[in-house]
Design a protein around this ligand. Structure first.
Ligand code: AMP
Length: 415
C-alpha cells in the first residue's frame, strides 16, 4: 500500500520552495518596515475559541473545521484562521499590559474542510497581521496598505480593493431588522443557504454568490448607508486617508465576509488573475472580539492573505521563476582517497558559507560532471591521485568552460 497526501493537501516540493521563501521573505521585510513583530501560535486550539470568535453560524465553524476529541476527551480544532489564536495569545500573555498598542504578524498553515478546487485547499497557508489597542482609522488603512505593499514589492499591480463598513453593535441591530423585513418579502425565491441566513445572519445574504440571490437583493438597503454617527465618521476618515495615500478602492456595500466578528471596516483584495476563488486577502476591524474572548475591551483590526493564491497570481504573471542558488563548487572525485579529501574540503568551505557539493555515489567522472551540470554548479574541481600529490588542480567555470590553475590548499573563488 502506498500512502498519499490527504485530499486537499499538497506537498511543497524542493523545486517550488524558492517561490515560497521569496514570498515569505518579502512578507517578513514589509511586516518589519511596518513595525509588526512575528507571533507563532500552536496549530491546534480548544474548539470553543474558534466557535466563539468566528461565529457558530459561519460556514467555517458549522461545516469546515477539523475538530476532534483527543485522548482526554477534550475537543480540539486545527486552526482554520489566525486571528482567534493571536488574540488568545494576546490575552493569555497580557501583551496589552506591555504596550498600549500591539502589532503582530504570522505566517503559517490553516485548515478547513472545504471542497477542494483550484485555489481552495484543506491545508493552506496564510500570512496576516493584527493591531490591537487602537480604534484609529489610520490603523484600518495601515491594515490594507500592508498587504498591498507586499503585493507591490512582489510585482503584482493588478488587484482590486473593496471596502465596506458593517457598522457596530449600536447601528447594526436596527439595520439587520430593516434588511430582514426586505429579505422576507422575497424569502421563497432565495437559495436554501440564504433562507437559513435570513433569520440569524441576514448580512451574509447580501454577499451570496448565487446569481438569483444577487438579483433579488440588488436594491436592498446597505449597511454603510445606515451607520450611526461614530461609524459614519470612521468610514469617512478611512476613505479620506486612502485618498491622501492615493490608493484606489471601491466601496462595496455587499461585502460582509464569512466571519462574524467584524465591526466597522471590512475589506477584501481580489485579483482577476485568479478564477472563481479570486480573493487574495481579507480583513477588517473587530472592536468587540478581545472582550468576547475574555480579555479587556480592546479595539483591533487585522487581515489574512492566502499564500497559495498569491503564488498562483505570481505564476500567471510569469514572476515565479525563483530558484535556490546552485552549488558554487562541485568536486568531482576520481578515487576513494579523493572522495574523502573532497568531502573534508567541502565541509571546510561550507563552514565559510560557500555552497559546496561532492559525489557520494562513487560515480564515473562523466556522470559526476553531468550531475554538476544538472545542479548548475558554478565551478567544478576534478580531484584524483595526481591533484592530491601536487596540491594543484583546475577550477572549471561551468558557464564559460574556462579553466584556471589553483592550489588545493587555498581554493579561491574568482569574483
Ligand atoms: P479568510 O480567512 O476566509 O478571510 O481568508 C483569507 C484569505 O485566505 C483568502 O482571501 C484566500 O486568499 C485564503 N484562503 C482562504 N481559504 C482558503 C482555502 N481553503 N484554500 C486556499 N486559500 C484560502
Amino acid at each position: 500500500m502506498k500512502f498519499r497526501t490527504i485530499k486537499g493537501t499538497k506537498d511543497i516540493l524542493p523545486d517550488e520552495i524558492a517561490g515560497w521563501q521569496h514570498v515569505e521573505s518579502v512578507v517578513r521585510r514589509v511586516m518589519h518596515d511596518f513595525n509588526y513583530r512575528e507571533i507563532r501560535t500552536p496549530a491546534f486550539e480548544q474548539t470553543g475559541l474558534f466557535a466563539r470568535s468566528i461565529g457558530e453560524l459561519t460556514d467555517i465553524v458549522s461545516k469546515e473545521m477539523y475538530t476532534f476529541l483527543d485522548r482526554s476527551e477534550e475537543s480540539l480544532t486545527l486552526r482554520p484562521e489566525g486571528t482567534a489564536a493571536a488574540l488568545r495569545a494576546y490575552i493569555q500573555n497580557n501583551l496589552g499590559e506591555q504596550s498600549p498598542l500591539t502589532k503582530v504578524y504570522y505566517i503559517g498553515p490553516m485548515f478547513r474542510q472545504e471542497r477542494p478546487q483550484a485555489g481552495r485547499l484543506r491545508q493552506f497557508h496564510q500570512f496576516g497581521a493584527e493591531a490591537l489597542g487602537a480604534s484609529s482609522p489610520l490603523l484600518d488603512v495601515e491594515m490594507m496598505a500592508l498587504p498591498l505593499e507586499i503585493y507591490k514589492q512582489l510585482g503584482i499591480d493588478h488587484y482590486s480593493l473593496k471596502i465596506n463598513s458593517v457598522g457596530c453593535e449600536k447601528c447594526r441591530p436596527a439595520y439587520k431588522k430593516l434588511l430582514q423585513t426586505e429579505l422576507r418579502k422575497v424569502f421563497s425565491q432565495l437559495s436554501p443557504d440564504s433562507q437559513v441566513r435570513v433569520g440569524q445572519n441576514p448580512l451574509r445574504v447580501l454577499d451570496s454568490k448565487n446569481e438569483k440571490d444577487r438579483e433579488l437583493t440588488n436594491n436592498m438597503p446597505l449597511m454603510y448607508k445606515h451607520l450611526c454617527e461614530e461609524c459614519t465618521l470612521h468610514f469617512a476618515s478611512v476613505r479620506s486617508i486612502f485618498d491622501a495615500l492615493t490608493i484606489s478602492y471601491e466601496v462595496d456595500g455587499r461585502l460582509v465576509r464569512g466571519l462574524d466578528y467584524y465591526t466597522k471596516t471590512a475589506f477584501e483584495i481580489t485579483s482577476t488573475a485568479l478564477g472563481s476563488q479570486d480573493a487574495l486577502a481579507g480583513g477588517g476591524r473587530y472592536d468587540l472580539l478581545v472582550e468576547e474572548l475574555g480579555g479587556k475591551s480592546t479595539p483591533g483590526v487585522g487581515f489574512a492573505a492566502g499564500i497559495e493564491r498569491l503564488l498562483m497570481v505570481l505564476s500567471q504573471l510569469g514572476k515565479s521563476d525563483q530558484k535556490q542558488a546552485p552549488p558554487v563548487i562541485y568536486f568531482v572525485g576520481l578515487d576513494e582517497p579523493a572522495h574523502i579529501w573532497t568531502f573534508l574540503k567541502a565541509t571546510e568551505l561550507r563552514q565559510k558559507g560557500i555552497c559546496a557539493e561532492v559525489d557520494y555515489l562513487g560515480r564515473s567522472v562523466k556522470s559526476q560532471m553531468r550531475e554538476a551540470n544538472r545542479q548548475q554548479a558554478h565551478y567544478v574541481i576534478v580531484v584524483g591521485e595526481q591533484e592530491l600529490k601536487t596540491k594543484a588542480a583546475k577550477l572549471k567555470n561551468m558557464l564559460s568552460g574556462e579553466e584556471i590553475s589553483i592550489s588545493l590548499d587555498d581554493i579561491k573563488i574568482p569574483t
